[in-house]
Write a protein that binds this ligand. Sequence first.
Ligand code: GLU
Length: 295
Amino acid sequence: MSTYRGRFAPTPSGPLHFGSLIAALGSFLDARHASGQWLVRIEDIDPPRCPTGTSDEILRQLEAFGLCWDDTVCYQHDRDGAYQAALEQLRRQELAYPCSCSRKQWQDYPIYPGWCRSGVRDPNKPLAWRLRSDLGRRPIRWCDRLFGEQEFDPAQLGDVVLKRKDNLWAYQLAVVIDDAFQGISDVVRGFDLLDNTPWQRQLQAALDLNEPRYLHLPLVVADNGQKLSKQNHAPALPVSGDAVRGVLHQALIALDQTPPAELAVAPVHDQLHHAIQHWDIEKLTPHAQRRNPAC
Ligand code: GLU
């Protein structure tokens, strides 16, 4: 039996668009080609950014594209206790510290200078929690399955926030805890997260968690060179009819999988069946970005 477990982990700040489809489809095909499992995790740790109903809308979009997941969907809003336990552990290891500094105070520095490492500057202010990126494993090395050997010094990236001043959990901690909780063996996601990986691997090492393999996918950008995103008004994926078939075909082209032209009008299950069989990451070009073929 395959030990591969992949995942798609959208933030429900808006419905999926073509750029998010690339991450979903790439991780799905990589998992299914390996006869592995594919899980969905809704990263809803920031409720003010997540309009009601968007998580369900995302799940309906995945279903429309035939991207059926295994197990039950994991919601990060249910995972507070696990994040708190991890933060406690890091605090005991002196790898996490409270910080009262505001962005404005250190705006003249490229990264947070670590002023609260040796004691909170202003204990009367709301406190965030930061990672001691200068301690723990350094440098961080891994081999990205597309972009090859990577080496970063987390201390040069800065002491990333683990828990925010408003008591909301930060992405870096939550993603690491939940990738381990869900037993993820392979992370496949957009290139924009490649430079977040060093903090995540540093946290995995500190917390003695399994370290997944990583495959970062070229980002699809719009004609103006900007990443497709909700902020850039990327249109939501369709959920019905012929539109879904055409968009799925375009997404396979964007993933360099050269699907046969006649499959462009085929039902999603036929397109996916072919794409799973022929999934080949050797066809992917290691560009940080690529144009949206649908534009
Ligand atoms: N939730 C993140 C996003 O929507 C992705 C997290 C990940 O794949 O690690 O951008």
